[in-house]
Design a protein around this ligand. Structure first.
Ligand SMILES: Cc1cc2nc3c(=O)[nH]c(=O)nc-3n(C[C@H](O)[C@H](O)[C@H](O)COP(=O)(O)OP(=O)(O)OC[C@H]3O[C@@H](n4cnc5c(N)ncnc54)[C@H](O)[C@@H]3O)c2cc1C
Length: 219
């Protein structure tokens, strides 16, 4: 546990033990395009596991951690690790504007929207994720999985990705993987959101379009 970042939830010796048992990663960087949308970089205690663009892993926090919506915490007698699947996104470009390959970074990036569903009995994760700050600890799945990958794509194929909201996440890491390997076909990433402010990657996407004539981002 990082002593400079005490956990924001409840604290008893039992809970400290559970945190120690389950939490295996730290928040390295966190950007909030608005208060319901986050781009978060998670650094595992061990090496970043290998993954292919399009795959997902799990993030988790204890049911004892506080919620951004002030909702109820799970009863302490029944503490549980709440885990959900998240597609691995991608920072796309480094500060010099160069493509950043998935295997060149020592963290995993996620693009997450806050889901507020007070009507569910199952303890939700996102209201807890949205209380995180840099340095906080959490659970990260050990092995990225998923068959939604670029396996069937040939170098000259035209590729169209279509998603809504944070459904853009897997397409970001797939697009970068294609560009990095010198894909010659056209790549179009389309996304649908309610407001322009919901486009968390707009700056990077515009930069990418300028650099690669075969890449288009349509929102
Ligand atoms: C393979 C996979 C990849 C995923 N990748 C991402 C990702 O990159 N980013 C991301 O934000 N979420 C992603 N999700 C959804 C994520 O796993 C959680 O379901 C979501 O974050 C809500 O978690 P929760 O615990 O707060 O609510 P839950 O208890 O999980 O869900 C409560 C209800 O909200 C619904 N719900 C889930 N997501 C949304 C949403 N975006 N808008 C409206 N309703 C929703 C659920 O279907 C459920 O009915 C992914 C899910 C899967 C299966």
């Amino acid at each position: 546990m990082n002593p400079s970042n005490p956990p924001t939830g409840q604290s008893t010796p039992e809970i400290e033990e559970l945190r120690h048992k389950y939490y295996n990663a730290s928040v390295m960087d966190l950007r909030m395009p608005h208060d319901h949308l986050m781009i978060v970089r998670i650094k595992p205690d061990e090496e970043v596991p290998p993954f292919s663009g399009g795959q997902y892993t799990t993030l988790g926090l204890g049911s004892w951690e506080h919620r951004v919506d002030g909702g109820p915490l799970a009863e302490l007698e029944k503490p549980k690790l709440i885990r959900r699947a998240y597609s691995i996104s991608c920072p796309m470009l480094n500060l010099q504007g160069e493509l950043l390959a998935n295997d060149e970074i020592d963290y995993l990036e996620f693009y997450i929207t806050l889901v507020l569903r007070p009507d569910t009995d199952d303890p939700p994760l996102t209201p807890r994720l949205f209380r995180l700050k840099e340095g906080d600890r959490l659970h990260l799945g050990k092995k990225p999985v998923g068959t939604y990958t670029l396996k069937p794509v040939e170098p000259g194929n035209n590729v169209i990705f279509a998603g809504t909201g944070t459904g853009e996440a897997p397409h970001n890491s797939m697009s970068i993987e294609l560009l990095k390997r010198g894909h010659t076909g056209r790549i179009v990433s389309m996304t649908c959101v309610r407001y322009k402010g919901d486009l968390g990657y707009l700056d990077q996407q515009e930069q990418l379009q300028k650099q690669f004539s075969n890449y288009r981002y349509g929102a």
